[in-house]
Structures are given as C-alpha cells and as structure tokens.
Design a protein around this ligand. Structure first.
Ligand code: AHR
Length: 515
C-alpha cells in the first residue's frame, strides 16, 4: 500500500525560530585549534581562521553558535582569552585533560561570528566561578564604552558592544563529571542569583538554565522542576542535551527510532516548564534550548579517562596534557545521517516549545565538518540533512497526519515507519517537505498531500528540488580520501493536485522543495 502524509488546515505548530539551526563550538580536541582556527593553513585569514571552514559553516546554514563549552567552560577564565595573543596564559583544561593555549578567546570568536554571520550564545563558568565573573564578562562583552571592563574590550580592538543576548548559566551542572557540579538545590539557588543580577545589569538578555545532562540522569525531571520553579522569574530557557548512537540502542531499528526518545524528552521538560509557570502564576513561558543534540559514539575519551584513573592511586600520575588532541572525532555513516535528519524533523515539529537548538558540535569534534591539518575541509554524512533544513525550513512548521506501516521497536513499541514535517514560508512563497523512512528493512511508497497549506496554490504547484540521502550500505561513510561517498541524490518525485508521490527506501531521509 501507499503511506500518506497529509497537511491539515489547522496543523500549524509555530513560526520556526532561526536559532533552531544552531551549533556548538567548544574548546575541545580539534574543534577550535585545528578546526575553525589554524593560522598556518593556506586559507587562514588575518585572525588565523580557516576560510574553507567558514565557507562550509555558511553552507551548513548555522545561525547561532554556543561557545566556549561544554564541560570546558566550568573551569575557564574568560579573561585568559583576551588581550595580546602572545601574553595570554597557558593553562590546564581539566574537562578534556588538555593544554589550553588561549590563542582563541571571546574577542577572536566574536570576529569569527561576524565572518560567518552567526549569533553567539555564550556560556559562563559556574564550576570554579559564578556571579562575579559572569557580571564582569557581561560588562566586558556587552558594555557601552565608559566603564572599566567595556573600555578594556575597546582597547583590545572591539569598539562596539558585542550585543550577545543569549547566555548559558553554566553547563551540565548536574553531571558528576562536571568541575564544580552541584545538587539540584545548590544549582537552583546559584542560577537564581546569577540570572537575577545579570538582568539588573542588562535588560533584554535571554538566559538559559542548565537542565539535565541527559534523560538518563537520576534527577531528570526533578532537577528541572527544582531549578525552573526557584529561578522562574529570570529565566527564558532551559537546556536539553541528548546524544544517540547505534550501540547505545537495542538494535538498528531502535536506533533509527531515536526521535521517539527526543519527543518524550521534550514533553517531559516542557511539562516542568509549565509547572514552574503555574506555580508562579507567571507571565512568560520558559522555552527549551536543545543545545546539545546529535549522534555521538566514539568512546576513545572514556578509555583515556579509565587509563588515567587506573594509574592514579599507585602514585602521583604526571600524565600528559596534550594540545588539541584528536578527541571525539566520530566518522558518521549513512544511517547516522538519517537519524539526524529524523531528530531535526522532531525539533521542527516541536518548535512551539523548542525555540533554540545547537547540534553538537561544529568542526572535527562529533561534527558535520571535518578539517584536515594543512589540508581540505570536508562534509560528513550528517552535514546534509542539517544544511537542507537550515537553508530551506523557514516560515511556519506544520505537523502532518501520517498514515504509514508501523515498525516494531524494543524501546518504544510500535512506531510509524515514516516521520515528516512541512514548512511554508509565506514571504517567499516556498515550502519544504522533510521525510524520513525509519524502517530498517522496507521501502515505502508515499503520497504527501500539501493542498491544505494556507496560501498554497495547487494550480501553480512546482517542485523546485527533490533529494534523498540513502545508501544501500547504511554503514557507508565519507572520509578525507572519499569525501563524497554519501551525498544527497536526486529523488524521483511526481506531482499532481497538490500531492507529491515518491518511494523512500529503507533507512532514508528526503527533502522536497516546492512552491
Ligand atoms: O559535546 C561534548 C560534551 O558533551 C560537552 O562538553 C558536554 O556538555 C556534554 O557532556
């Protein structure tokens, strides 16, 4: 039979927030050093940033970039990365057990953000620091000239306020691995104080509280309830983090259905946000910032950590502190790209609650973009579904009714083989149909009926472009030597009466641009 995807008149979810196409740059491994920054690279600009990487960041369509961590931020002194490069201190980074040269800091990253046309979402250190450092950083970054720290920024060459609006108050403070990790009550009190003071310093900020590090944390849900209820008045967002990988799932089929988990995650955290609002009879919603999501499976880091731990106890262990080591350099396959495409569909289908998201991370470290030392930058499989959505999913998101066969999963029971979201941008009179076939074994014939989209004109219905990402070998990957092994191919799609007809092979993601 044929599966159907049908937009109904009142299936609009919300306007798509540009920040939903965000990403993440952490001082971790080769994300900054050897990723966005490599002063000796042939394409490096006057600040040492790789132009070839900048070009790919633009092609990816990234809107907003979380910086500088991640776990890294929890022992970071933001001042270390400012001032003349030659005078910046070299320090040990406890989170990733690396040497931090501080060649790149907020001033440099601001210049990079201007070049890439991205917004910065800045995280402050709540591990070894807190209120005072956060306020000082805010003054340095956003202050109008005329006060000490704003003037220091001007002397460092950035005359205008950076106008960074969105600030993460710490990172994963519930995680026992986090430097300075806290109990729910400790963090609730701390974030309440910091958010309150930051808003005294500057109106218009949008502040993000740490949510749980994952849905597997023992305090998932109760953490959010404590934090959001305590600090409700000064919070705008709560962060959500979720990573998926095949070995972490019960089967390939379960892995392909990972978006079911993300959906439950979103509804759980949204309910906590609602509870906080009700408890305060509040006037604003706390939105979700899904600021770490994606596929991550390399366990090299865990192995290294285990080795250090095995050494300790015997003696002082003077282990190495490498500079920009290769960490978390996952190489993604075709199935991973389908899963990420499916996760993106889920984010868009919940964009009434998820008003910001950052795919983790951007370059080299669990990343869509890989940068070879002194060599080319290339696109991983997961680059493509993100880029298509970021470039073309604009306007309003619509959640269609889906009638497709079910697939059986151990973790989520029976789930629809297909998932889909449709977007329509009235300004440009163009739309995007995103579809995923999460079935590990069967192809499905699909009819997607768009005729009930408001303002959409059946008589003028055209497909501008139809693409599919699929490989008969779901484990096929791209590499530096073969960077185009898996790329989107033309999807054979026909149209009639406002409907698109096509066939989606097992484990595939597809996009149809139309007007
Ligand atoms: O993205 C990699 C790491 O994952 C981040 O530093 C941390 O926040 C999360 O645990």
């Amino acid at each position: 039979g044929t599966s159907t995807i049908t937009v109904q008149k009142n299936s609009a979810i919300a306007d798509i927030p540009p920040r939903i196409f965000g990403s993440f740059v952490e001082h971790l491994g080769r994300c900054v050093y050897g990723g966005i920054y490599e002063p000796s690279h042939p394409t490096a600009d006057e600040n040492g940033f790789r132009q070839d990487v900048i070009n790919l960041v633009k092609e990816l369509g990234v809107t907003c970039v979380r910086y500088p961590g991640g776990n890294f931020v929890s022992a970071y002194n933001w001042e270390d990365g400012t001032g003349p490069r030659g005078q910046r201190p070299i320090r040990r980074d406890l989170a990733w057990h690396s040497t931090e040269t501080n060649e790149v800091g907020i001033d440099d990253f601001y210049r990079w953000s201007k070049k890439t046309g991205t917004e910065i979402m800045l995280a402050v250190n709540m591990g070894t620091r807190g209120l005072k450092a956060a306020l000082e950083e805010l003054e340095y970054v956003n202050g109008a000239p005329g006060t000490e720290l704003a003037d220091r920024r001007v002397r460092n060459g950035i005359t205008e306020p950076m106008d960074i609006k969105m600030w993460c108050i710490g990172n994963e403070m519930d995680g026992p691995w986090q430097v300075g990790h806290m109990s729910p009550d400790e963090y609730a009190a701390a974030v309440d104080r910091v958010a309150h003071a930051m808003k005294l310093a500057e109106s218009g900020l949008e502040l993000v509280a740490c949510g749980s590090s994952s849905a597997h944390m023992p305090t998932f849900g109760s953490w959010e309830r404590s934090v959001l209820t305590k600090a409700y008045d000064n919070l705008d967002f709560v962060s959500c983090h979720a990573y998926y990988y095949e070995r972490g799932a019960k089967s390939l089929q379960d892995y392909l259905a990972s978006s079911q988990d993300m959906q439950t995650f979103i509804s759980t955290v949204a309910a906590c946000a609602d509870e906080a609002k009700n408890a305060h009879t509040g006037d604003h919603d706390i939105a979700l910032s899904f600021d770490e999501w994606g596929v991550w499976y390399s366990d090299v880091w865990n192995q290294q950590e285990a080795e250090w731990k095995a050494q300790s106890g015997k003696d002082l262990h003077h282990e190495s502190w490498p500079k920009a080591p290769r960490l978390l350099e996952d190489i993604y396959n075709a199935a991973d790209a389908v899963v990420e495409g499916s996760l993106m569909i889920t984010l868009l289908k919940h964009c009434d609650r998820v008003r910001s998201a950052s795919r983790a991370q951007l370059v080299n470290v669990i990343a869509p973009i890989m940068a070879e030392k002194n060599g080319p930058a290339w696109r991983q499989t997961v680059f493509y579904p993100f880029a298509e959505a970021a470039q073309h999913a604009h306007g309003i998101a619509y959640s269609p009714v889906i009638d497709s066969p079910n697939v059986e999963t151990e973790s989520f029971g029976l789930v629809n083989a297909l998932d889909s979201v449709i977007t329509w941008d009235e300004t440009n009179h163009s739309g995007l149909l995103l579809m995923v076939n999460r079935d590990a074994s069967d192809a499905h014939k699909v009819t997607a009926s768009l005729s009930q989209l408001p303002y959409f004109d059946i008589s003028d219905f055209h497909i501008d472009k139809a693409i599919i990402l699929h490989d008969d070998n779901p484990y096929q990957r791209n590499s530096a030597d073969d960077p185009t092994a898996v790329t989107p191919q033309e999807l054979h799609a026909t149209i009639d009466n406002g409907s698109v007809h096509c066939t989606l092979p097992a484990i595939s993601w597809a996009a149809v641009e139309f007007h």
